[in-house]
Design a protein around this ligand. Sequence first.
Ligand code: AMP
Length: 418
Amino acid sequence: MTFEELGFIEPINKALKDMGYVEPTDIQHQAIPLVLQRKDVLGCAQTGTGKTAAFALPIIQMIHQKEIATKRRTTLRALIVTPTRELALQIDENIEAYSKYMPLKHAVIFGGVKKPAQIRALKGGVHILTATPGRLLDLMSEGYISLDDIKLFVLDEADRMLDMGFIRDIEKILKALPKKKQSLFFSATMPPNIVKLSQQILYKPIKVEAARVSSAAETVRQYVYFTNRTSKKALLQHIIKESELSQVLLFARTKHGADRICRDLKKVGMKAMAIHGNKSQPQRQKALKSFKDGKTPILVATDIASRGIDIDDLSYVINYDIPNEPETYVHRIGRTGRAGKKGRAISICEPEENQYVKDIERLMGKSITRIDDHPYPQTDKPMTAAEKKEWNKEKQLRKQQYFESRRKSRGRRPARSK
Ligand code: AMP
């Protein structure tokens, strides 16, 4: 079964090809036809199964074909509510990638950051909004968002939503939504309180269930090095040098992070190339070819970019940061140790990520071998909530200063001749 066979239009198929998607995943295969038939869907699926595309792709197609959008004004037609800022960003990034050949407008809003940029995005007109509950209600009460014209509502990760205490918020959102709409409800687990919530939302739903994300391939040997945030760079270089690693797929959380790691490796004479969303298709292909041919031993990738990478015989996966979604870890390390071959996954963990390692071990039901014998042991403690808040504030400030200085230096550049 291909995406074309699921009935997607050319701009979507083209975008999927760019992302390296070949076949729909199990949940996509089951859910997409139902969503396109305008049915309510109750999806039992965890992160990592491809559930985002299962709801995002048909929504994009229906908006593009004006099935759930008007011809004239850009109105908010689809609302996706998800519990965390990371998930919200990830969903919106996916929507951006899937709709890159279409004039579709989308935005993402979440708490913990200032509102003006989000308000500006909303004022520009949006077809699809991805939101965390608190900020959504906040901006609704301030009059920046109306849910009156919503035709399609997605509640993502419903079980986590309840675990995080969002039930009141969800009830408020439900009240503000129009009665007549299509609803999609996704949850990794279906305990009675979730079933009850789903009954409140869905009309004659059809249940689909994705195969669970498999536990890490048995053939992958997994190691974790605990260190301090400031020692990560040195430790990475030490690990690569010491073990003379090559054929390393290294994961970074952000595009800038991937570029920085690459630069730092190059500074100490190690060959590395980065692939991520800001790189053009030819740049990505060049990096991939050089990696496959063995000319570049280290490929640094973000999670999204790595999806299109299919490399036989990949020897090592290095997690330069530990993903906060344990399923992402399982996906990352699944890139090595394929077809019964030996693979190794090495994770470099700073104090803030200690908890993520525990979550991963819980999901896999086994522990990761800890390497203590290295020159950069972890001596710092994880930050307290207050320290974290302070640190985030500083980070935000540094980011603003960075963008400000870039804006200023752009302003100084002489105008380009046409
Ligand atoms: P999700 O469960 O939606 O978070 O998706 C997990 C990962 O799988 C994401 O990085 C997606 O980009 C990727 N993905 C989703 N569908 C496909 C597909 N059909 N083929 C390859 N990768 C996919």
